[in-house]
Design a binder for this molecule. Structure first.
Ligand code: MG
Length: 280
C-alpha cells in the first residue's frame, strides 16, 4: 500500500456482478476514500472478472485491500442461526465453501488484492472438539494456498471471546493467519469488551472494521445486538481509535455499515468519515 497514509480511511462495500467495476470504484471514490475492502457475496461470479477490477483500480489509482467473503446459505438472524449457518463450522457446507474460498483467493491474487478474509463461524471452546480440529485443518489449507500467492488470511472477529480466538491462532500456527478486528461484533454477539480484546489480540491485528453497535437484549437469550451508525453505539469510537494508536496499528481504518438502503449507506459513510477525521 505504498500510496496510503497510516490510518488512511477506507470502506467495505459489497461488489455487484451487474455493474461495471469502474462505476463501483468511482462511486467509492466519490465518498472521498482511496481504499476499500471488497465484500463478495455468494452470488458474485468472479470468473473472468479479475482483469476488469484490476484495470478499474489502476485507472482510478484506488487500492482494494481485501476480498471479504460471505457464503451462500449464511443467515445472521440470531446467534443459534449463525452457529448453524455461518463460516466453516457447518460440516455440510465445508467442502463447497473451501472450494469457493480457494477460487476467491485466486481471484484476489489476479486483481492484486493481498488479503482474503471471512467469518469462519463460532469456533468451539474445546480444543479437542472434532469441528475445532476440522476447521483448523481447513484454515491451514487456505493459509497455505494464500501463501503460494504471498497473501494473508484475516479472520473476522466477534463470534468468540478473544482468548478462544487467540488459542485458535496459536494452535493453527500459520504466520499468514491474522485478524480483521471488528469491535462492534464483540458487542453484537455479547462476547466481551472490544478494547480489552484488542489488548489480547494486538500482535495479530492486521486490519480492522470501524463499526458500531449496541449489546443484545438480555431478556431475549440468543438474540444479537443491533448495529448502529458509527459513533452512536456502545463501542466508544474515541477510545477505539485511541487504542488503535496505543497498540501501534497503522493500516487503514475500514468503515463498515450493514443493513441500510444505498442512500442511507452513503449518508452514514460520509458522517463516519467526518467523525474519524476528527479523531485520527
Ligand atoms: Mg466486520
Amino acid at each position: 500500500m505504498p500510496n496510503l497514509k497510516p490510518l488512511e480511511l477506507g470502506v467495505i462495500f459489497w461488489a455487484s456482478s451487474l455493474k461495471p467495476a469502474l462505476e463501483q470504484i468511482q462511486g467509492l471514490k466519490a465518498l472521498g476514500v482511496r481504499c476499500a475492502q471488497m465484500g463478495i457475496a455468494g452470488d458474485f461470479d468472479p470468473t473472468d472478472r479479475a482483469a476488469e477490477w484490476k484495470a478499474a483500480c489502476q485507472a482510478e489509482d484506488f487500492t482494494l485491500l481485501t476480498v471479504t467473503a460471505a457464503y451462500n446459505g449464511e443467515d445472521y438472524a440470531d446467534i443459534p442461526t449463525v452457529v448453524r449457518t455461518v463460516g466453516f463450522i457447518p460440516a455440510a457446507t465445508r467442502v463447497e465453501r473451501e472450494a469457493r474460498t480457494i477460487a476467491l483467493c485466486d481471484f484476489a491474487h489476479a486483481v492484486g488484492i493481498p488479503v482474503f478474509a471471512c467469518h469462519i463461524g463460532f469456533v468451539p471452546h474445546d480444543r479437542d472438539n472434532l469441528d475445532y480440529l476440522a476447521v483448523q485443518a481447513m484454515v491451514k489449507r487456505i493459509c497455505d494456498h494464500c501463501a503460494i500467492h504471498g497473501m494473508s488470511f484475516h479472520l473476522e472477529t466477534g463470534q468468540e471471546p478473544a482468548d478462544v480466538l487467540f488459542d485458535f491462532l496459536v494452535d493453527t500456527g500459520r504466520p499468514n493467519l491474522l485478524i480483521n478486528f471488528d469491535p462492534a461484533n464483540m458487542i453484537l454477539y455479547g462476547t466481551g469488551d472490544p478494547i480489552e480484546a484488542m489488548e489480547v489480540l494486538k500482535g495479530s491485528i492486521a486490519s480492522i472494521h470501524a463499526k458500531d453497535g449496541d449489546w443484545p437484549d438480555a431478556s431475549k437469550p440468543g438474540s444479537l445486538g443491533s448495529e448502529k451508525p458509527l459513533g452512536s453505539g456502545a463501542v466508544g469510537i474515541p477510545r477505539f481509535v485511541a487504542k488503535l494508536k496505543e497498540i501501534g496499528y497503522s493500516a487503514p481504518i475500514v468503515i463498515e455499515r450493514e443493513g441500510t438502503s444505498p442512500e442511507q449507506w452513503n449518508a452514514d459513510m460520509r458522517a463516519a468519515i467526518e467523525l474519524l477525521k476528527s479523531l485520527v
